[in-house]
Design a protein around this ligand. Structure first.
Ligand code: C2E
Ligand code: MG
Ligand code: MG
Ligand code: MG
Length: 283
């Protein structure tokens, strides 16, 4: 209408804005059907112990293979799920699938001491069913609570610190691992975050990668502090062997990056475990 009235005048922003809206709505509609159509899957990225470069566990990451658009990254579809009622079913899918896969690796490799780490969303953290959901999945799959870690970010916890602390305390008491994800991207100090029962912190790749002298000092002190607080440290995004060695010297326990391997499907995890832990090598 504005166009007709003003002759050739165009409004550059509106069409793009409208497209974004419909696109998002379309994706939400598609995501709604994605679970039953088996378009969602979990892939697993190895988390390596730095001292011997052995696999300690895996982070479970969700993938969506859209029938028309191909692979849509979680950075795109998780926010859509969070803004709708879809994050509940998606979160449940991640939890059930990852725990089932872990147990099937366990059965087929003879109980290797590995863990699986699952990302939560703030909606899950603040909804009252999380604790019961996690307990019921563990019971159903006969999975030991200590084999499961849940990853949360500082901003998720800060949305409602009191409620978060209560839920996290219950999960911790049940023996479930709790990791603080993306540390170094927010504003809180590690000292503040110890008010929550995290046993692991994951240093974001932004913090790990900057190799300036000052960053090295920050890294060294964060790692030292985490160790004093009895927390394990995972460094994300390590790019070279030199950096891995340097981080190990600083006392960092684990690394997770393409250097140690990309996220892979469950069948490949099984092969990897069988190759790396032949029966004779096990304690
Ligand atoms: P995150 O939890 O911090 O996961 C780590 C991300 O870094 C993953 O991206 C992983 O593929 C990527 N990555 C690993 N190593 C490297 C590396 O060496 N270089 C670079 N550049 N990237 C690396 P991905 O799979 O795209 O996931 C992105 C984010 O989406 C995750 O960040 C997490 O916040 C969220 N997400 C993924 N799966 C789930 C899920 O099942 N539930 C929820 N709530 N969020 C999920
Ligand atoms: Mg994570
Ligand atoms: Mg992370
Ligand atoms: Mg991240």
């Amino acid at each position: 209408r504005a166009k007709r009235a003003g002759g050739n005048r165009v409004e550059p922003f509106q069409p793009a804005f409208r497209d974004f809206g419909t696109d998002r709505l379309q994706l939400e509609t598609d995501l709604r059907r994605a679970i039953e159509r088996k378009e969602l899957s979990m892939v697993y990225q190895p988390i390596a112990r730095l001292e011997d470069v052995e696999v300690a566990g895996f982070e479970a990451l969700m993938r969506w293979e859209h029938p028309k658009r191909g692979n849509i990254p979680p950075s795109e579809f998780i926010p859509i799920a969070e803004a709708s009622d879809l994050i509940g079913p998606l979160g449940m899918f991640a939890l059930e699938q990852a725990t089932n896969d872990l147990m099937s690796w366990q059965h087929q490799t003879g109980e290797l001491p590995i863990f699986v780490s699952i990302n939560l969303s703030s909606v899950q953290l603040l909804n009252n069913e999380l604790y019961d959901d996690v307990r019921s999945v563990l019971a159903k799959t006969h999975c030991q609570p200590s084999r499961l870690k849940l990853e949360l970010t500082e901003s998720m916890v800060m949305e409602n610190p009191e409620q978060a602390r209560l839920v996290l305390q219950k999960l911790k008491e049940a023996g479930i691992g709790l990791a603080l994800d993306d540390f170094g991207t927010g504003y809180s100090s590690l000292a503040y975050l110890t008010r929550f029962p995290f046993d692991t912190i994951k240093l974001d790749k932004a913090l790990v990668r900057d190799s300036s002298d000052k960053k090295a000092t920050v890294l060294r002190s964060v790692i030292a502090m985490a160790r004093e607080l009895d927390m394990k440290v995972v460094a994300e995004g390590i790019e070279s062997n030199e950096d891995a060695i340097e981080l190990a010297k600083m006392g960092c326990n684990y690394g997770q990056s393409y250097l140690f391997g990309p996220p892979i499907p469950s069948e490949s995890v099984l092969r990897l475990l069988r190759d790396r832990f032949p029966l004779t090598k096990r304690a």
